[in-house]
Write a protein that binds this ligand. Sequence first.
Ligand code: ATP
Ligand code: MG
Length: 657
Amino acid sequence: MAGRDQGSAEATSKHPVPPGFAGALVTPESYSAMYAASIADPDAFWGEQGKRIDWIKPYTRVKNTDFTFGQVSINWFEDGVLNVAANCTDRHLARRGSQTAIIWEPDDPKTPARHISYAELHENVCRMANVLKAHGAAKGDRVVLYLPMIPEAAYAMLACARIGAIHSVVFGGFSPDALANRVNDSEAKIVITADTAPRGGRRTPLKSNADAALLHCDDKVKCMVVKHTGDQTTWVDGRDIDILAEMRAASADCPAEPVNAEDPLFVLYTSGSTGKPKGVVHTSGGYLVYAAMTHQLTFDYKDGDIFWCTADVGWVTGHSYIVYGPLANGATTVMFEGVPTFPDAGRFWEVCAKHKVNQFYTAPTAIRALMGQGAEWVEKHDLSSLRVLGTVGEPINPEAWVWYDKHVGKGKCPIVDTWWQTETGGHLITPLPGATETKPGSATLPFFGIKPVVLNAESGVVQEGNPAEGVLCIADSWPGQMRTVWGDHQRFQETYFQQYKGYYFTGDGCRRDEDGYYWITGRVDDVINVSGHRMGTAEVESALVAHEKVAEAAVVGYPHEIKGQGIYAYVTLMNGVEPTEDLRKELVKWVRNEIGPIASPDLIQWAPGLPKTRSGKIMRRILRKIAENDFGALGDTSTLADPSVVDDLIGNRMNRA
Ligand code: ATP
Ligand code: MG
């Protein structure tokens, strides 16, 4: 950003790989050599990496991709034949049949955890696959999963994969409307749900939500129900199926359907923070290779490690780093049904200690929330098993990074700030624990095979050399890339390949510093232009959150007569802090000092809550509308976690011009 000598400040705040972190899979030297090789000859590089997984018929062609607008087509390992579920279960049976595949940690800590071995996982997947088949599911059919974080969610994903059906997981926190939209958009034949979903001591009535949703769907859609809590639900004879009962009666033998590398594995709708959710399509071969490889190398996963990703399987993070990546690697993956603050703010750390977790992967929003509760909750638990910490979902403000490093990692765990998207299938820009010096707030350097480019937002000209700033695009394909938008290849091309010809456009803004490190500055829509100075809203937010009285902040631009755009900040204060005029002035001054006069907020609105998606992302497009005093058409709000916060913000808006 203009007016701030950041380069040097960033350069001095480098954190080396912690000295005690030894024996890493990737070292600084091997990273450089391997990265260079991956860019120089993608066919050779990925041809080799493709062997990470088992193929029924090996591929002879590796990469066949075209980013040309109008004829975008992405194919990897295209003549290979495989089965994804067999890669996640069968192939491990000989060596790891009795090893734990999934550790299930229930919402209520008094309920015992479950350890599911690879042999049990295999058996359950086969039985469930047979139930799906018995009810008419076949290769290419869509199956919607609307489930709690229970082992059956993983069984269901793998059961679909086993028979070549395409799953679409819908987060259990979504409303009946959102569920119906996704069932209809994907033209699903079957919905798999559960009676109720315990979370944070409360129960979400999944089955009755599904009942409500199915009123708006084709009446041929079947509803399979996991009786998880035993709570009573309505039952529609002929439509509803007790899936556990049928699994017990089903055969445990189910041959894995051979599928083509480019047959779809799943459709997953994006979180919708920028617009109507898109049905992101991932296929089988390339996705699995990329998920497995990033899981192993980004987290330095080694045999016997216990890996915990706290995401929900309703998000791509749960797909790639709870289910497919870890299970393809024969790992032990933790699946957590609950929330970080139940029964108390120490739950994450209690679970880490209980299961001796080695790699822990969560979102900045969770870290900030727990940071607000105080470090004493962390100190209570023995976290000595932790080796690597990760974050995903949004830029992590340095404040939270430093807290995570100090209190959770005790300064000995590398932190991997992984930048990626539903669309990318796996990490694209991320540190590797044993190889990359980190800088709090930077996703650092590209993963193997990834060619990030920074373009001028207006002209589209590639910004060579360092530092550079603009929009983030990717110059060439990688195996985990989405292939299309479900049912709408045109929208796929228009969204990602039209604006900057020849590139995959990520929608994110970024800066590359002197060292070639990437700093994601937020969505391109979130870059504001104040008197000719472009800045990412994330930067102003980060400054605000660094103030001791601020719990959370969201910043957007709004039309300003003199400056072009003014800075509008929504600020949530720490518990018990009084919102006063003096505090408002103090915060403006604070941001001036932290960043520079150009970044001073013009308007600060006290926000008891911020509009967030179910995955915890701030919906800035709604905040932008309110700041523009144009709240008549807020757009798609179906993925909002708590719609009531919006009314409060409208009622107390600052710009009534
Ligand atoms: P939609 O595309 O529907 O608006 P979404 O972009 O929120 O939804 P996701 O695919 O879940 O859906 O999120 C990807 C986005 O999250 C990235 O484009 C980026 O803006 C942000 N993001 C993810 N990880 C990071 C990270 N480590 N640092 C910075 N930003 C991140
Ligand atoms: Mg997105």
